[in-house]
Design a protein around this ligand. Sequence first.
Ligand code: SER
Length: 337
Amino acid sequence: MDSNEIRSRFLKFFEKRGHAVIPSASLVPENDPSVLFNTAGMQPLVPYLLGQKHPMGQRIVDVQKCVRTGDLDDIGDSRHFSFFEMMGNWSLGDYFKEEAIKWSYEFLTSKEEGLGLDKNRLYFTIFEGDENASFDQESKDIWMKQGIPENRIYALPAEDNWWSPGDNGPCGPCSEMFYDMSGNVGDLSHEEFLQAVKDERVIEIWNDVFMEYEKKDGKVVGKLNQKNVDTGAGLQRMTAVMQGKQTAYDTDLFGELISKIKDLSSVKNEKLERIVADHIRTAIFMVSDGVLPSNSDRGYILRRLLRRSIRASHALTMNNDYNSLVPIILNKYSESY
Ligand code: SER
């Protein structure tokens, strides 16, 4: 299943369940001076999570473009990317845990409408409780109602299972879904599960956040007036899972781009190839949202990405062939954007 098919299945699945499909918002936040780029699917929806009426209703589904450039130096390994897409279904004061969990599971496992993942390769986490909110028994019960055995449900602390965009804004406990990449991990004790996640034998593929709280200056100050659901499933990871690859660099999202980079280079260096591919893709998405290279803020980040990418392309001896990468990216993403 290629990445375009995953996106379109996701949107269709939730559209059929009453969600309005909305296009990705720009990478450049409209009314949020706290970040230079959208860094999570929920960011453009913050006003609606806080109670403002969304013109498309209370059930929304989208695939949101995001940029994170905090760890540029790590790019080149198998896990870091400066641009990514978050698939998300949203309840803005409408359904809550029951539907969110049921639909996440259905989408992951249904062969007809979803991804058809093997149920025996899935693991689930819930919030263990603290001074802000109690143990999430309700989510546990709902998972068990889907037929998940109790020993595949792990309760974790806020550090893992409380999601907020930063020190301020809507937040809440979450429940995550994990997938066994090798297919032979099997049942795990609590400790073994944590270790398997650390070793990346088991990876997180989806996060359901039950956003009914609000944070101010780093402290949870109470409940919002409405109960929301913020879900996030990273397209790159999902594509890697569906294509049986350890990294999105080996999936159709990057396949043609990386082979072109290899063709044009006489030096072989996986890390540099990935830097070129990652950064030029992000740069193109930034430019298409109106960002231009400059000496400050967003423009500076774009300039930095281009500089790093071109420098890596020189190290690979691609030299003046750099521009021939552009049409490959335009082609790959033109159906969705
Ligand atoms: N906001 C959550 C995340 O980014 C779920 O979308 O993981």
